[in-house]
Structures are given as structure tokens and as C-alpha cells.
Design a protein around this ligand. Structure first.
Ligand SMILES: Cc1cc2nc3c(=O)[nH]c(=O)nc-3n(C[C@H](O)[C@H](O)[C@H](O)COP(=O)(O)OP(=O)(O)OC[C@H]3O[C@@H](n4cnc5c(N)ncnc54)[C@H](O)[C@@H]3O)c2cc1C
Length: 429
């Protein structure tokens, strides 16, 4: 790969973050997106039923997600995140009615654990060390093999935390992915665990500023431009066949394929990639939250896992939700609202609602699926891969998607720099 044009296929977070780095490095970039909008699995849209802009799903970042924050910094969107300024997490137990706040000390040493009042109610100190096992197991181990998946703290902290981050039932999840997650967040101290989310919607934080960044620098994003096939010759991509056009690739041109794995596998012969997925379900209720409602509430012993409060709506996230996907939407809305009303004290009558089911929200974070994740470098000289499903070492998250985009960008730039007689700019991280 070298200093020709870079065609990026897929304008999700991975493709956009690659585009941002490449444009910054002075490269000629064209982004091709099959849909009529950017963002992929991280998008906002005007919902016709509710008449308001909603996100396909609530996305939580932690302050230790340094690549995601770097990306937001580059596109000038850091200030769009809601940040409580501390590692505080409010929780409610729907069965017992108990409420508590987890308030982690900022430094690496978890002083808060020594204060019984700061621990989760009904838990013992020893339970906080249960996840140490995930750091000691090999690549093939599951969380269930590495730690005790039971007991009060598992139910009240480890299960909600791991389920939302891995989007897979923890006992069957990869211990290595859980370890990567914990290493960069809880083990790094409270300063890496501030809960952050897009206060005015995903597009406002992650997508629109990136599109503006690219537009200002003359990098086109072509919507409705679905890649149908890649013509491959002599270990190179030589042409990209889109729905309406064919893009011939010059000797110096290259491709970053940042489409989801099920598409990438069809486009690239022989590509091994994850092929098992888990759903995420979001329920949005068009209602004004009570004044004292926490911005994010973790919920145990209910269907609801996280309840987000926005000025014009309450929004519920349920991860690892395959069991709910075939249930009628009306029934889901009613049963989820019953819980939301109990948690907020709002009237039990169902407000205007929307249910968004994302069947293939993420790949299943099992050891077997993790082992199928390919490196960004491919056997094809001018093709790099990006996406949360590539081998980032992290679960399928925004952080992983950004890192994959940065990595693909640096492969492209580096190979340009390595080519004889060319000067390149390297992406530093
Ligand atoms: C409901 C939900 C909740 C989530 N919650 C969180 C969370 O709380 N925190 C977190 O960090 N992460 C969360 N995630 C995960 C996060 O959204 C993803 O990791 C991230 O968005 C993946 O980005 P990507 O660019 O790798 O892939 P995608 O977003 O899938 O982007 C791929 C793009 O390629 C395009 N495309 C596909 N085929 C073609 C083609 N042939 N030609 C051209 N373009 C094509 C698609 O339209 C899409 O825009 C959540 C995901 C979902 C669905």
C-alpha cells in the first residue's frame, strides 16, 4: 500500500476513525457507505412514532476508553459527552427495592473497598477479588472457568458490568476479553471508569462531527454506495464493483474494508471472521424523566439492565437479548415500562414508545468467536480490515472499533512510507 487514494468501505465508527487519521496524514480518502446515513450500529435517527431523534441503542463509554476519546478530540466532539466527573454508578434492585451508589476512588488503589459503606450492600470484601481469575487463564478459557459466577456481588456488579461490556452471558464469555476490559477500566482506577455517554445523541457526538471534519478537508462520503464485489488479481485488489459504478484501483490505491463481518466474509475469499452474534434490545419512552432521576441507572433483578435519562425520554438497554428478539414489541414495551415506572415513580400508563432490536449487535464474545477475529493486515497487498470484529483484543465496542480504524490507517500509511522512494507520515498513538 502506498500514497494513492484510500477507499474506505463502511462509514461506521471504524471506517470514520480510519478516514479521520488518513485525512490528517494528508491522504486522499473516499468513504463508501451502503446506507443513506453514516454510523452503522452507532446511529441516531428521527423516529416517526415518537417524533424525536433517538439512538438505535444507548452507548456507554468509560473514561479509560482512550482511543474513543482521542477520536472525539480530533473531530472536536469531546464536550458533547455527558461526564459526571467521577466514577459513580447508581444501582437499583427491582426485587428488594434497595438502591445504592458505587463511588470508586480515582486512583489505582481501590481505597473505597476498605470502607464498608462504599461497598455494594450485602457483599463481602472477598467477592471483589473474584475476577482476578480472568487474568490468570489462557485464551481459550471462559469467564465461568476463571471466576465464580454466583453470589451477591456477581449478581449486583460483575454480571451487569460484564454482560453489558461483552454482550454475552458472562459464564460462556472469553476470560481474555473480560481481562482486557477490566485491565483498562476497574484495574486502572476510578479515573478510568467515569461513565460517559452522548448527551445529545450518538450522531451528535460520534458521527456528524466526523462527517463535518471530512467534508471540511475535501474527503467525500458517498452514501448509497454498496460494495458488491472486489476484483482481485495477483494478491491485490484491482477494482471495486459498487451497485452503480466500478472503481478501478491504481497501483498505489488501496482499500480499507470496514463493513461488518458477515459482509466482509462475502467480499474477501477465505476470510475467517466471527459468525455468531448476540442481540441488544433498546426501549425508548417519550416521557420527561423525574427531576432527580440519575442519568444512568444500573438495574438488577429485572429485565431492564440500564435505564438512561435524557431530557425528552427514558431509554432502556438490555444486552445479550436473543431471548427477547422474537417476543412481540407491544408485550416488550408494556413489560419494560412496568419496570421503568416502578423505578422512576412515573404513572404506570404506557407513554409513546419505540423498541429497537439489533439482532447482530455484536459478535458473541466467546473464546471460539474471539479466535476467529482476523488481523487488520490481510494476505492482499492493498487491503486492510477495520471493524470491532477484527483482532483488537477488546470486546465489540466503540473503543475497539476506533482502535481498529486507527490500526488500518497506520497499516496504509506505514506501507506507503516503506515503499521505495516514498515519504510517509506515520500515525502515532
Ligand atoms: C444496540 C447497541 C448498543 C451498543 N452499546 C455499546 C456501548 O454501550 N458501548 C460501546 O462501546 N459499544 C456499544 N455497541 C457496539 C458499537 O456500536 C460497535 O462496536 C461499533 O459501532 C462498531 O462499529 P464498526 O464501524 O466496526 O461497524 P458498523 O457500525 O457495523 O459499521 C459498518 C458500516 O459498513 C456499512 N456497510 C455494510 N456493508 C457495506 C457494503 N457492502 N458497502 C458499503 N458499506 C457497507 C454499514 O452500513 C455500516 O455503516 C453497541 C452496539 C449496538 C448495536
Amino acid at each position: 500500500m502506498s500514497a494513492g487514494a484510500v477507499h474506505i468501505v463502511g462509514a461506521g465508527i471504524a471506517g470514520l476513525s480510519a478516514a479521520v487519521r488518513l485525512v490528517e496524514a494528508g491522504r486522499n480518502v473516499v468513504v463508501h457507505e451502503a446506507a443513506s446515513f453514516a454510523g452503522g450500529r452507532c446511529r441516531s435517527y428521527l423516529d416517526p412514532t415518537l417524533g424525536v431523534v433517538i439512538d438505535n441503542g444507548n452507548h456507554l463509554l468509560l473514561s479509560g476508553n482512550h482511543a474513543a476519546l482521542d477520536y472525539l478530540g480530533r473531530i472536536g466532539a469531546l464536550k458533547t459527552l455527558h461526564d459526571p466527573g467521577a466514577a459513580v454508578f447508581d444501582f437499583a434492585d427491582l426485587a428488594s427495592g434497595e438502591r445504592w451508589r458505587l463511588d470508586l476512588s480515582e486512583g489505582r488503589i481501590p481505597w473505597w473497598l476498605l470502607d464498608r459503606k462504599k461497598r455494594v450492600p450485602g457483599t463481602a470484601l472477598g467477592e471483589y477479588f473474584a475476577p482476578l481469575g480472568v487474568f490468570m487463564k489462557g485464551e481459550n478459557a471462559t469467564v465461568g472457568e476463571a471466576m465464580d459466577c454466583g453470589g451477591p456481588l456477581y449478581e449486583r456488579l460483575w454480571r451487569p458490568l460484564l454482560t453489558s461490556a461483552l454482550n454475552t452471558d458472562p459464564p460462556e464469555s472469553s476470560a481474555a476479553l473480560a481481562a482486557a476490559l477490566l485491565r483498562e477500566t476497574l484495574a486502572a482506577g476510578g479515573k478510568a471508569c467515569h461513565p460517559l455517554f452522548a448527551a445529545h445523541g450518538l450522531a451528535n457526538s460520534f458521527i456528524d462531527p466526523a462527517l463535518a471534519f471530512l467534508a471540511e478537508r475535501g474527503a467525500p462520503v458517498r452514501f448509497g454506495d454498496r460494495l458488491r464485489s472486489i476484483r482481485l488479481e495477483d494478491k491485490r485488489a484491482v477494482a471495486l464493483e459498487f451497485d452503480r459504478t466500478t472503481q478501478e484501483l491504481g497501483a498505489d490505491d488501496c482499500l480499507i474494508l470496514s463493513a461488518p463481518p458477515w459482509i466482509a466474509k462475502d467480499l474477501l475469499p477465505g476470510l475467517v471472521a466471527p459468525d455468531e452474534y448476540r442481540a441488544i434490545l433498546n426501549a425508548h419512552f417519550h416521557v420527561t424523566p423525574p427531576a432527580r432521576q440519575p442519568a444512568i441507572l444500573g438495574v438488577v433483578n429485572g429485565q431492564i439492565e440500564w435505564l438512561f435519562a435524557f431530557p425528552d425520554r427514558l431509554s432502556v438497554t438490555i444486552s445479550n437479548a436473543d431471548r427477547l428478539i422474537d417476543r412481540p414489541r407491544e408485550e416488550l414495551a408494556a413489560s419494560i415500562w412496568r419496570e421503568a415506572a416502578a423505578l422512576t415513580g412515573l404513572a404506570p400508563s404506557l407513554p409513546p414508545w419505540q423498541i429497537v432490536k439489533e439482532k447482530r449487535a455484536t459478535f458473541a464474545a466467546t473464546p471460539a468467536q474471539n479466535a476467529r477475529r482476523p488481523d487488520s493486515r490481510t494476505q492482499w497487498a492493498n487491503i486492510a480490515l477495520a471493524g470491532d470484529w477484527t483482532q483488537t483484543g477488546l470486546p465489540a465496542t466503540i473503543e475497539g472499533a476506533v482502535r481498529s480504524g486507527y490500526k488500518a490507517a497506520s497499516i496504509v500509511i506505514q506501507s506507503g512510507a516503506d515503499a521505495p522512494g516514498r515519504r510517509g507520515t506515520s500515525v502515532s498513538r
